[in-house]
Design a protein around this ligand. Structure first.
Ligand code: SF4
Length: 435
């Protein structure tokens, strides 16, 4: 077998794409290696959401130049969002790159690699056409019990800070029968937890009209043998009552909704082109809590968006305190060239952004701790993942609400479902005893 090193940067969609790349490479005799230096083929599946992500990839490209000098037969390709954005500029800047494949071209990988094996040369393909979505691609999944299943690609939303719609194209939804078939295959192979993936899963099906996201969730929930269904990411403007009801009425759909709010004032939400208002978001949160009282709600928040005043920031803190998220990914606004927000006036200075971020994190950590404290003494169902990073005796898994639980290992195995009584709730994890 030849060896392929696949470096993955960025979001879960990139992880999922890389699993499909690995699957394809397996059909032409490559197996994955974690040692870049011994690889016959190196792929960097890249992200360009932040300029720092791109800088990291350029650093790696430089490192690979030395490997290629030692091994001229090495095939080196760049895929993913940065490939899409930069195209042939990458090869002009680093001619030791053999190919650049865009986000819509994952299925062309075998064809491109074979072409380069037969006749060395450069290939750049970053077209985003209206081609049909490729189905039936082989996939080599990273996990044994949890599988990612993309249900749609691209995004129509053009939030003013985000590069994704420019590098992943418009929304294209897979047909429901193709998604269900992939889920059935994964469950047939022993996967217990399926996460449905898309930039905005709530607008699933709007392009083909064959099923909406609520219907898809219910169909996946009904796949025999499935134990947990998750999904990400939701956009508040498209999260419908039907989806909330589908979660409520489903058996296996986990009560966790990641609902990025991004900000807590209408002025900044408008400048971000998020399309919803704080009133609409508040109403959504209320509906979720009424229908799914056990649900966890998590979010993404950006501080220091251009024009954010001290008053806006404090209004946002008040909103966060009102909604009470289980946890939040908090980000400093970072200028992304190619997006409208990068050229907006009134950019907030770095020191101010950092101070606001730290204030926000303090507020959110306090809320997370209080919410977790309410679980003290309660028993929760956990899907076992395995030993924790630092201690073989302490095992980890997740609740249906996506909280991390730690306990002293007994006889349980990865993939089992166990009951854990929470004895020490903390901000980020729940410590407990297996029942
Ligand atoms: S919804 Fe907004 S933030 Fe999310 S991928 Fe689309 S443009 Fe980016």
């Amino acid at each position: 077998m030849k060896k392929a090193f696949i470096g993955v940067y960025g979001c879960q969609m990139n992880v999922s794409d890389a699993e499909r790349m690995e699957g394809q490479l397996g059909t032409i005799g490559y197996e994955r290696t974690e040692a870049m230096g011994e690889a016959d083929l190196i792929l960097l599946n890249t992200c360009c959401v932040r300029e720092t992500a791109e800088d990291k990839v350029y650093g790696k490209i430089g490192e690979i130049k030395h490997i290629k000098e030692r091994n001229p037969n090495l095939i080196f390709g760049i895929t993913g969002c940065m490939a899409q954005k930069e195209g042939e500029k990458l090869i002009r800047r680093a001619p030791h790159i053999d190919f650049v494949l865009g986000t819509n071209k994952v299925h062309e990988l075998v064809h491109v690699v074979k072409g380069i094996q037969a006749e060395r040369g450069h290939v750049v393909d970053v077209s985003i056409g209206e081609t049909e979505l490729p189905e039936g691609m082989p996939v080599t999944r990273g996990g044994k019990f949890s599988a990612w299943v993309p249900i749609m690609y691209g995004c129509n939303n053009f939030c003013t800070y985000c590069i994704v719609p420019y590098v992943r194209g418009r929304e294209r939804s897979r047909l429901p029968e193709d998604v269900v078939r992939e889920v059935e295959e994964a469950v047939g192979k022993g996967y217990k937890e399926i996460t449905l993936l898309g930039q905005n899963v709530n607008s699933y099906g709007k392009d083909h009209g064959k099923a909406d996201f609520a219907e898809l969730l219910s169909r996946v929930d009904a796949v025999p043998g499935i134990q947990r269904v998750r999904f990400m990411t939701s956009h508040p403007k498209d999260l419908s009552d039907r989806v909330i009801e589908a979660i409520r009425d489903g058996k296996h759909i986990c009560e966790h909704i990641h609902l990025p709010v991004q900000h807590g004032t209408n002025r900044i939400l408008k400048a971000m082109n998020r399309v919803y208002t704080v009133e609409k978001y508040r109403d959504l949160a209320r509906k979720i809590r009424e229908n799914l009282p056990e649900a966890s709600i998590t979010t993404d928040i950006i501080v220091g968006f251009p024009g954010e005043t001290e008053e806006d920031f404090h209004a946002m803190l008040d909103f966060i305190k009102e909604i009470r998220y289980d946890s939040a990914y908090t980000f400093l606004y970072s200028r992304r060239s190619g997006t409208p927000a990068a050229t907006m006036e009134n950019q907030v200075d770095e020191a101010c952004k950092k101070r606001r971020l730290s204030e926000l994190m303090d507020v959110q950590n306090g809320i997370s701790r209080e919410i977790n404290e309410a679980l003290r003494g309660k028993t929760v169902e956990v899907m076992v993942e395995g030993a924790s990073k630092n201690d073989d005796e302490i095992w980890t898994g997740r609740t249906r609400t996506n909280k991390i639980v730690l306990w002293r290992h007994g006889a349980e195995a990865p993939g089992d479902f166990v009951q854990v009584r929470i004895t020490q709730p903390q901000t980020w994890v729940l410590k407990g005893e297996i029942q």
